[in-house]
Design a protein around this ligand. Structure first.
Ligand code: GDP
Ligand code: MG
Length: 297
């Protein structure tokens, strides 16, 4: 079912621990319909986690709220076991009035914190299941303008609850220059609104190669991505994952074409453990302290 994902290349120490215990990682995807969320999830994990959608029957009523759907898969690579969960949020931004679109998502993230806290408080804490969301990929429409009020509202409401990773969707619909300009605008908006996005940490005692890799990843944020679950043929006869156009092929796995490889490297290889740690040590801990204080404990 699953192709090679790459998490078994985790740093050694984590690797040894994970081999023993297996581990859990939960990623959430948020963004307006049609921005390519399901396609990117399939592309990232090299699987049809999402089956192609059938159109709803004509009688079907349009849902009026954001839905929260979660899909899990157990995967094993080089002896490391990972329970991967993807949480999708269909309906976000799709209504006439989207003022409260962020609410069910915050509630979902907090209820996962609640469930973790409840397990911590049990007498037997040997088998804690970690269903907390470790990363939230936020899909930004490739408008070429700036962030929309909806984007800003969502990120402001969520940034102290989850590791936010902003993504520019469908980057193949813009030229390289447009992507570069749009990235700068998005980053400026994020800074102006004091939104905290996940930062790739660098450690002083790391080797040059690791530092260069971290800087390279950081320089691509917000990742401009292209997703595709189709294999197409390039003019020079290679078979690649990509999107074919009359003027050529945009290759998903080609770093000259988009930032997909870097996003995947960050999420799955380089920073999966950091995303989990920051969720536990900072985001969850802050939430927990506030919660206990508010209960007078
Ligand atoms: P979702 O509603 O956000 O889950 O979006 P889907 O993954 O269902 O994709 C919506 C449509 O956009 C489909 O027709 C996809 O083939 C197409 N699509 C997905 N990713 C990309 C992309 O990176 N570039 C372009 N041009 N189209 C894409
Ligand atoms: Mg979808």
């Amino acid at each position: 079912l699953m192709g090679y994902v790459g998490f078994a290349n985790l740093p050694n120490q984590v690797h040894r621990k994970s081999v023993r215990k297996g581990f859990q990682f939960t990623a959430m995807v948020v963004g307006e319909s049609g921005l390519g969320k399901s396609t990117l999830v399939n592309t990232l994990f090299e699987t049809q986690l999402y089956a192609p959608k059938e159109p709803p029957p004509p009688s079907a009523e349009r849902p009026k709220t954001v839905a929260i759907e979660s899909i899990s898969a157990d995967i094993e690579e080089n002896g490391v076991r990972l329970r991967l969960t993807v949480v999708d949020t269909p309906g976000f931004g799709d209504f006439v009035n989207n003022d409260d679109s962020w609410k069910p998502i915050v509630e979902n993230i907090e209820s996962r914190f609640d469930s973790y806290l409840e397990q911590e408080n049990r007498v037997n804490r040997a088998k804690i299941v970690d269903n907390r969301v470790h990363a939230c990929l936020y899909f930004i429409q490739p408008t070429g303008h700036s962030l929309k009020p909806l984007d800003i509202e969502f990120m402001r409401r969520l940034h102290n609850k989850v590791n936010l990773i902003p993504i520019i969707a469908k980057a193949d619909t813009m030229t390289d220059e447009e992507v570069a300009e749009f990235k700068a605008r998005v980053l400026a908006d994020i800074a102006y609104h004091n939104i905290h996005i996940f930062e790739a940490p660098t450690y002083e005692n790391e080797d040059e190669e690791a530092i260069a890799e971290a800087e390279e990843i950081a320089s691509k944020i917000p990742f401009a991505v292209v997703g595709s679950d189709k294999v197409v043929e390039t003019p020079d006869g290679r078979k690649v994952r990509g999107r074919a156009y009359p003027w050529g092929v945009v290759e998903v796995d080609n770093e000259d074409h988009c930032d997909f490889v870097k996003l995947r490297q960050m999420l799955i290889r380089t920073y999966m453990e950091e995303l989990r740690e920051y969720t536990n040590d900072v985001l969850y801990e802050n939430w927990r302290t506030e919660k206990l204080l508010s209960m007078g404990i």
